[in-house]
Structure formats: C-alpha cells, structure tokens
Design a protein around this ligand. Structure first.
Ligand code: 26V
Length: 835
C-alpha cells in the first residue's frame, strides 16, 4: 500500500484517549494554559486583558471536559439510552467559563494557577463575550434546562442554531434605542467543536412528484430542490460535579458543493456567489421577537433548517445502533418543542419516515405522535405563529402536502366527535381560511404531540380554558403543567458567591443540587447575627452594581437607597410604563414637599425593545427622558434616582439580581406566561411587588402573602372590565394620577422634543388599552407605600428577604426537569460506571 493511497486501513477501533485523566491541580492547569497560550495561540507575553489568555484558559478547561464528554457519549451508546432532543430556536447561554469551572470543581485551582503568574481569574471571566443566541425568557430557560439535565445525568441533547449574530446590542442616543450587530464569534468561540462528519443536507424549494412503485404503492418525491448543508458545532454542557458532559449541538448553514458548481458551470460566477450567500444567510442572525408575529420567509427557513437537520441527526443516531427499521424510533426518542418555533418538525418527521424509510402513513403518524411533545410559552393570541400557505408551497411543497393530509385526517376525527359541527371544524382546522390562508403552527404542534404543557400553573389553566380549549375538550389527558425554574448554580452559587458561602456555612452545600434544602434558612431568619451578615452581603452586592452603573452611565447611586429593579424585554404587557408612572409620582411628591416619609429609592429599569416595535421604543425614550429630569434635579440626589440600564443581557443580570431589594413583576394579569427573572430575584433575597400573574402566583404561595407585595386586578377582573374600561375617569378620580398625567402633558420631560411622549400618554388614556395600565395605578402606588413602610424596618425587611430565599426551592430547573422526566420524557439517568 502506497503512502499516498486514499484507502484507509482497518486497524480496528483504536481508543485514542487512553491516557489517565488530566490532573485537576493548579500546577497542571498552569502548565496547560501556558502551553496553549504559547504553543497553540503563539503569544509570548501575558496581559490580563488579552483575549488569548481567556482562550488559553478555556482550552485548558475544555480538555478536562473533553474526556468526560467522551465517556458520557460512550455510556449513552453502550446502554442504548432513550434520549430527548430539546429543539429550540434560542439558547441564551451567556458566558460559559465560570459555570464550567464551578461545575468541574476547579474554580479555586484555576484562580490559583493564574495568581501564580500575577493574573486574576475575574478579569479573565470578563473577557468572555455573552453567547446571546436568544431573546429573553424562552431562550434563557432552554439554557437553564441544559444545566439541570446534565446535573441530573439525563441524556438530553439541545439542538439549536449557530447564529453568526446573536441578540443585537443596545446603545442609547439621546434616550433612543439604537441597535448594533452582535458579532459574538469575531474573536473566536473556543468552546465549540465542529463536527463536519455529521453534516446533514436540508432541502428547500422544488416540487413534489409521485409515482407508483413495483408493489403498487404511491411514492412521493421532492425534486429540483435547492439544498443547504447543515454543519453541527457541539458545545459541552457539564453537570455539577458528576462527570457528566452533555451536548448542545448548533447548526450552521453552508452551501453545498454541487450547488456552487451547477451555477458555476452555467457560466455565472456572480449567481453562484449569490446562491451561496442565500444558503449561508439562513443562520446569519437571530430574529428579535416583535409584538406580533411578522412572517419573514428567512425565519421559516431557519425553523425548517433546525427541525430537518436535528431530526435527520436523531435518525442517524438511531439507525447507527438499530439499523434501518425505524419503527421503534419513539421508544428511544422524544422531541421537546420549545414553543411553536420548531413545530414544523411534526411534518418533517412524517416526511422522513414515509419518504426516506418507506413507512406507511398510519404507522408514521403513530411514531410521530409518540415522539413529539410541545411546550407553549405565550398567552398573547397575536404572538401565536402562523405561516401563509403560499409561502409553504413555494419553500416547502412536500411539507405542505403532508400538513394538508394531517389536517384532512384530523378534521375527520373532529367530525366524529362533533358530528355536523362546522364551527368546530373551522375553529380547530390547522388552516385558517381567508384571502391569505394561514397555517396555525400551534395547532400543528398540538395535533402532532402526545403532551402539551404550559409553563406555570395559572398559564396552563388559562391555556386549556382559553386559547386551546377545543383541543383540551378533545384530548384532556394531553395537557399538563410544568412550572418553570432557573438553575441555582448560575443564579445563586456563581453570581452571588458571598451569599452562597454564607448559606453553605450554615446549612451545608447540598442546596446546590437540592434547592429545597434552602428551607433550613427559615429558622436562621430569627438570628440577629445571621441577619447582619445577610444585610452586609446585600450591601456589598449593591456597591458592586452601583460601581458598574457608574462605569456605564456616569450616574452615582447611593447604596442606602432601596434598589427597585425591573429588567426584562420591553413590552407593553410587562408594563414598564406603570413603573415610570410611579417614578413620576414620587418625583412630584418630593417636589411638592410631601416626600419626607419616602424611603430613598433607585429605580432601575433595563431591557431591549424589538427593533420594529415602535411602542416599546417609545417606552424606552420615555424612561430616559423622565430619568434625565429626575437625575439632574439636585433636590432628588439623595432621594430618588431613575436609571435606564443599557444593553441588558445575561451577564448584566448576574450582577443585578444579587443587588436587588425589590423585584418588579407587574404585568397585566393573564399575560405573562411564567416569568423567570422573578425566580432569580427571589433566590437572591429580593422581595417581589407583583400582580397575580404567571409564576408570581406560585412564588407568593411559597413565601406567604405576608412576604409579598401584591397589587392589581386579577385575570377575571381584567376580563370583566374589558369594554367598560374608562381610564380617563380613573385618572380624574385620582389626584396623584391626575398630577402625574398633567406633568407628562406639560412637556416637563420633553421640553425641546414636542410630541415624543404623545403615543405614551395616549396609550394610558386609551379605553381599548389591552394592558389596562391605568386600572392598576392606584393599587400599585399603595403597594409601593407598603414597600416603603416595610423597608424602614431593616430587621423586618431582612427577615422577609431571608424567607424569600428560603422559600425559593421549588423554582429550581432541577425540579422542573424532574417533572418533565417523570411525566413526559421517562428517561433513565446516564450511568457512567457499570456496577
Ligand atoms: C416569538 C417570536 C416571534 C417572531 C420572531 C422571533 C420570536 C422569538 C420569540 C418569540 C416567543 C416569545 C415567547 C416567550 O418568550 N415567552 C416567555 O417564555 C418564558 C419561559 O417560559 C416565560 O417565563 C415568559 O413569561 C414568556 O413570556
């Protein structure tokens, strides 16, 4: 055999990683990171600020993950574990280094290694760019799920998209939001491993043909397609000190070689390049969520690209072990759909089973329905996804055929249940008729899944009573609740190290994997000494945040102020406006000399508005204008601050939530599906002021009503009021409210910018205001008064703060993932070592 032969020699399986595990000592870490810095990255002098040092530290860490990653994969294959594919268009991972070191248990050793060469691990952490591949709660939830699944040893793979540009960065110009691209991959992303050997081909366009095969069966073919390559990039997801490393697999689009060649041969170089761009555009940028679903074709391409590549990958994995008989696929696989975004997977699995594996419709449908599970994340009807049939026909003709067939058979089922009831059929059809017929993606997800869940008790109840009522009547057993959570490893242990240490000193460290242990803090709330330590740590965290805010905005916030925080996407239903109205009310009260009883407050608001969501952008402008007036009034200096925190993201929250005294969860009742920021604040000892909405209901139940500031109309009261709502009458009847509106109208906050606040003022006055901001003004202001009273009694406040942390045990994603696994997934944990 010549040395240049392409033939490979069968040498049997060679285990390349036979070496003993890498030592976890500071010596070994130091030697590895200097190796990477000098020999791999080719740098000589180390400066803390260098991105290369950060990269070298990641490589040293990744080596230690890599061997565990391989062993996890081998154990799953050996035991032929049933596995879950978590399909999500968003994974809002944030930074990975601190979390990886914490979970591996080598944070101390790594810090020591760096110390020895005069460097600080904290500075290295700061060099990492956030992986901002998500909009907000839904994407961050997916990231917390991955951490908990790895910690619980559950074989769950995250499938998502490797966007070249993540969530846009927010800059402020004269109080207006300006969006900038987020080139987060620019300096490299050292965590990922490209796995081109697992690339998949995804088809678009073309047309379908059918023919009868030799056995008389009709066979469908999808031909003349434009194919795009899906290249997977794997990111390791370490469990907490259990040697498990799971996988987040992100797909990147690339042009196929044939695609290029065809055009090139046809003589058009420019067209070839244009086609290549079209293919690669698919994974270029994350879509920001707008108020209403907008239906861009590229977004549908993204959804299908993710669904198809991930399903083909799961089938590849299955057939590798089980051969081409895929009839037992559902026994070994479950696909959890994160909202309707990947719902096209229902039709795509049908297509693959029928067209590629030759399975009959009925059997394919059984497999599909036993594989898919769907999670809904919104109650806003205007956010429910629909795609024009015409777009489907052009882009995914074979999938449209399949959706029509699913619908025809489904309508048959409805007709049997409700004979002759055309209204039911129209209401429940997967196709919404009209001049532009639309496909209702949530209905496709419900019909094609064996489980449909909401994300908080109230939300799940409202789904089955409202949006999905007909489906719940038809299949009551399909519907269930899975209350959200957050991972305490990131949202307490990593982001609040001092509090974490204090807690572990007193109740042990078991809470890091069993959050219900925090209950034990309840008793300590009565200890004066413990309360003092608790308060000192909150103060230190407030100082850290104040410094960060001063660096970013130049504003100085006295840390004796109550830190009153609302950070989340800017949306009308979340009612940042109500918060601003309260700020204006306090400002007005102080100016009138009626503010002596008020507790000094820093109101901190942060969040991004979708670029196309004008009203949300006006809210940002409004906050900033009011802030400028308040913050430049010397009378306010020690009494009131209003801060708009720029470019809010995951890393910002890690600084913010440990420093908050008060958590604002003030959505219009019935509109916030769950909320997860509320849980992060609670875990870090903030008290909540909130409506009876989403998970607030469960938070209040857990901590007790005496430790929660409740206000506002209930869901039923909101619905009852619709049609009769008269905001002007409410304003007129309330002196404080009238003064606030008068001040806004006097252009006090927009002296040289006539009309910029008009849409805001108008929305408050609008009888058709869906969010009924005015309806809750009085009750909100009164509740804030109770907050002030409580805050004045430091001992009492600290007791309540401790009780909030102590009662947050239910809101760990460890609990959420156990619930998913017990009721939906039914996975056996990965066993690394056979006993
Ligand atoms: C919608 C769209 C539509 C257009 C393109 C991009 C895009 C991206 C995301 C969305 C869905 C928004 C739904 C959502 O984020 N729901 C949130 O889910 C959280 C986790 O369950 C929950 O805590 C929040 O209450 C809920 O608003």
């Amino acid at each position: 055999m010549s040395a240049h032969s392409d033939e490979t020699v069968d040498i049997g399986e060679v285990e390349l990683l036979q070496a003993p595990e890498l030592p976890m000592t500071s010596d070994a870490i130091l030697s590895d990171l200097t190796h990477y810095f000098g020999r791999m990255l080719g740098r000589r002098t180390i400066r803390t600020a260098s991105p290369f040092l950060y990269q070298a530290v990641v490589y040293a860490t990744r080596d230690r993950l890599m061997e565990r990653w391989g062993k996890t994969r081998m154990a799953i294959e050996r035991d032929d574990n049933r596995r879950v594919s978590y399909l999500s268009l968003e994974f809002l991972m944030g930074r990975l280094l601190r979390n990886a070191l914490l979970n591996l248990g080598i944070e101390k050793e790594t810090a020591e290694a760096l110390n020895r060469i005069g460097l600080d691990l904290e500075d290295v952490y700061d060099r990492e760019h956030d992986a901002g591949l998500g909009n907000g709660g839904l994407g961050r939830l997916a990231a917390c799920f991955l951490d908990s699944c790895a910690t619980l040893s559950l074989p769950v793979v995250g499938y998502g998209i490797r966007y070249q540009y993540g969530m846009f960065r927010q800059r402020l110009e004269n109080g207006h939001q300006v969006e900038e691209p987020d080139p987060w991959l620019r300096e490299g992303f050292p965590w990922e491993v490209e796995r081109f050997e697992f690339a998949q081909t995804v088809k678009f366009g073309g047309r379908t043909t059918s023919r009868t095969d030799s056995g008389g069966k009709t066979v469908f073919e999808w031909v003349d397609t434009q194919d795009v390559l899906a290249i997977p990039y794997d990111i390791p997801i370490p469990g907490y000190r259990n040697d498990i490393v799971n996988t987040l697999r992100l797909w990147s689009a690339a042009a196929t070689d044939e695609f290029d060649l065809e055009e090139f041969n046809a003589g058009s170089y420019a067209d070839a390049v244009a086609s290549k761009n079209l293919a690669e555009n698919i994974t270029m940028v994350l879509y920001p969520n707008t108020a209403t679903q907008d239906g861009h074709e590229l977004r549908l391409r993204q959804q299908y690209f993710l669904a198809s590549a991930s399903l083909q990958d799961s089938l590849r994995f299955y057939t590798y072990h089980h051969g081409n008989d895929v009839r037992k696929f559902a026994e070994k696989n479950c696909l959890q759909l994160n909202d309707t975004h990947p719902a096209i997977a229902v039709a795509e699995l049908m297509r693959l089973l029928i067209d590629e594996f030759g399975i009959d419709w009925d059997e394919a449908w059984d497999i599909t329905r036993n594989t898919m599970a769907y999670t809904n994340h919104t109650l806003l009807p205007e956010a429910l996804e629909m795609w024009p049939v015409s777009m489907f026909r052009r882009l995914l003709p074979r999938l449209l055929d399949i959706i029509y067939e699913i619908n025809a058979r489904f309508i048959e089922e409805i007709s049997q249940r409700w004979p002759g009831d055309n209204e039911h059929i129209q209401r429940m059809s997967l196709i919404q008729e009209g001049s532009e017929p639309m496909i209702r993606m949530s209905y496709l997800a419900i019909v094609g899944s064996f489980s449909v869940n909401g994300v908080a008790e109230l939300h799940s109840r409202l789904l089955t009573a409202g949006l999905f009522r007909d489906f719940a009547d038809l299949w009551p057993d399909k519907f269930n609740n899975k209350t959200n959570g957050v991972t305490q490893r990131r949202w307490l242990a990593a982001c609040n190290p001092q509090l974490s240490t204090l807690i572990s000193e007193r109740i042990g460290a078991e809470w890091k994997t069993e959050l219900s242990q925090l209950q034990k803090l309840g008793g300590l709330a009565e200890e004066e000494e413990f309360r003092r330590s608790w308060g000192d740590i909150k103060l230190a965290n407030k100082e850290r945040l104040a410094k960060n805010i001063e660096d970013k905005t130049g504003l100085i916030i006295p840390t004796n102020m109550l830190f009153d925080v609302q950070v989340k996407r800017i949306h009308e239903y979340k009612r940042q406006l109500l918060n601003v109205l309260h700020a204006v009310h306090l400002y007005d009260k102080i100016r009138r000399g009626d503010g002596d009883d008020l507790v000094p407050r820093a109101i901190i608001i942060g969040g991004k508005a979708a670029p196309g969501y004008e009203m949300a952008k006006s809210v940002i402008k409004c906050i900033n204008n009011v802030a400028r007036v308040i913050n430049s009034d010397p009378e306010m200096t020690d009494r009131l601050r209003l801060i708009f925190y720029p470019d809010y993201n995951v890393s910002a929250m890690e600084l913010i939530c440990p420093a908050a005294d008060l958590s604002e969860q003030i959505s219009t009742a019935g509109k916030e599906a769950s909320g997860t920021g509320n849980m992060k604040f609670m875990m870090n000892g903030a008290l909540t002021i909130g409506t009876l909405d989403g998970a607030n209901v469960e938070i209040r139940e857990a901590v007790g009503e005496e430790n929660f500031f409740l206000f506002g109309l209930t869901v039923d009261e909101i619905e009852e009021l619709r049609g009769k709502y008269d905001p002007q009458a409410i304003i007129d009847a309330d002196e404080d409210f009238s003064r606030v509106i008068a001040l806004l109208e006097s252009r006090h906050f927009n002296r040289f910018e006539p009309n910029v606040l008009d849409p805001i003022i108008q929305s408050i006055r609008e009888p058709a205001d869906l969010w009924m901001t005015a309806a809750d003004f009085r009750s909100f202001v009164d509740a804030q008064g109770r907050v002030d009273d409580a805050y004045k009694d430091v001992e009492h406040w600290t007791r309540m703060s401790i009780l909030n942390t102590a009662s947050s045990g239910r809101f760990s994603t460890d609990r959420t993932m156990r619930d998913y696994n017990d009721d939906i997934w039914k996975l056996d944990p990965i066993r690394l070592n056979l006993k």
